[in-house]
Design a protein around this ligand. Structure first.
Ligand code: SF4
Ligand code: SF4
Length: 363
């Protein structure tokens, strides 16, 4: 059986050229149980162990992704009948011409503005933010095989806690950069010159976009559209398919060459983040997080609020946490736990407390 890796979570077309780090083993994010969403109230009525709940017919898809041109092309070229619904939905976006650019199919500008100003608590709960590719009856993604960098790297919970979260944040950054580079490269191969490639919306989202009348009305500005698309207007699908053909031909060397020095730095950071997930190193001195919310679970156990939501722990863990004062070294705390509390504190438990954000580096 193939080991689980970062690549296992990404569209398969990347496997031909992404660097080796993407196929190195990592733990599967088994806490993010998407088919029975870990953030939603379960069918049996049991509540998720999280301070925040998502709605089961929205889950974490209250987000409208940018789809880079070559992923749109890959979806359109895929003959899998299971993707018919997704293809229809993307075609509908293309027909609307709103957010439809040679670089890819993007959300309307007004969506970005609202999303960026939405309260955190709206995520997973506001139906007005729901992704147009989400199937509300099946409660799943209609374009899953070709989802973008944000969607394929999002997890609500992490087996390695904060270290896993940092790893996936880095993957998202690297892949987002790759999306911007590859979409421009594919267009360059189709004859787009440097001037037309300068304003890549996948590389640079305006922080405070000015909304035109067309943006506000969510209709296409036909004059601007004709200018942007040139001879490809009305042949948008063909351009996306051609971009996919360019990207699928890439070799690892060519890809690394396109990603350049920034790509090399990204790769090195990814290696460090993965190492920390596989063999976690702890800071020399740790101290307990200030306010920790907890509630009784059963006889000897309590639920503690962590970065993975409420996790079950032995009741005694609160006394253990108090020993970490940021002054004592972890070795000193281990021997104190034995003399004062009569327990053997193993390394794995300290790592769990640290990765779940209950212990933190002093200062
Ligand atoms: S990643 Fe999203 S769908 Fe999967 S369990 Fe978490 S919130 Fe639910
Ligand atoms: S593309 Fe798919 S995974 Fe991403 S937000 Fe939409 S429905 Fe969810």
């Amino acid at each position: 059986m193939t080991e689980h890796s970062i690549s296992s979570e990404l569209p398969a077309l990347y496997r031909a050229f992404l660097p080796e780090i993407f196929t190195d083993p990592i733990p599967r994010e088994s806490l993010a149980t998407c088919d029975n969403c870990a953030m939603c109230v379960a069918a049996d009525g049991s509540t998720p162990r999280s301070a925040r709940y998502f709605l089961p017919n929205l889950k974490c898809c209250t987000f409208f992704p940018d789809l880079p041109n070559y992923l749109v092309g890959a979806l359109l070229a895929d003959g899998d009948p299971a993707l018919e619904e997704g293809r229809d939905r993307v075609r509908e976006r293309i027909r609307s011409r709103v957010g439809v650019t040679p670089f890819g199919v993007l959300p309307p500008k007004s969506y970005h503005l609202i999303y960026n100003h939405a309260d955190n608590k709206a995520f997973g709960r506001a139906s007005s933010l729901l992704c147009p590719y989400y199937h509300r009856t099946h409660n799943n993604c209609t374009i899953w095989k070709y989802r973008n960098a944000v969607c394929s790297t999002f997890f609500c919970k992490f087996v390695a806690g904060s270290d896993g979260k940092k790893l996936w944040k880095e993957v998202k950054g690297y892949l987002s950069e790759a999306q911007a580079v590859l979409s421009a490269y594919a267009l360059h191969r189709q004859g787009y010159d440097a001037e037309r490639l300068a304003e890549n919306p996948l590389a640079d989202h305006e922080e405070k976009p000015r909304l035109s009348l067309f943006d506000l009305e969510e209709t296409a500005d036909e004059v601007a559209y004709a200018k942007t698309w040139g001879t490809w207007a009305n042949r948008e699908e063909q351009l996306y398919l051609a971009c996919f053909e360019e990207v699928r031909k890439l070799t690892p060397d060519r890809f690394q060459n396109l990603m350049g020095f920034r790509g090399q730095l990204g790769r090195e950071t990814l290696e460090a983040r993965r190492r920390q997930v596989i063999e976690p190193e702890l800071p020399t001195r740790l101290c307990r997080r200030g306010a920790i919310d907890s509630k009784p679970l059963d006889g000897d156990r309590i639920l503690i609020d962590s970065i993975n939501g409420f996790i079950a722990m032995p009741r005694l863990v609160m006394d253990v946490l108090d020993l970490f004062d940021g002054v004592r070294s972890t070795e000193e705390v281990v021997s104190l736990a034995e003399t004062q509390l009569g327990i053997e504190l193993d390394h794995a438990l300290v790592v769990t407390l640290y990765q779940n954000g209950l212990l933190q580096a002093d200062g």
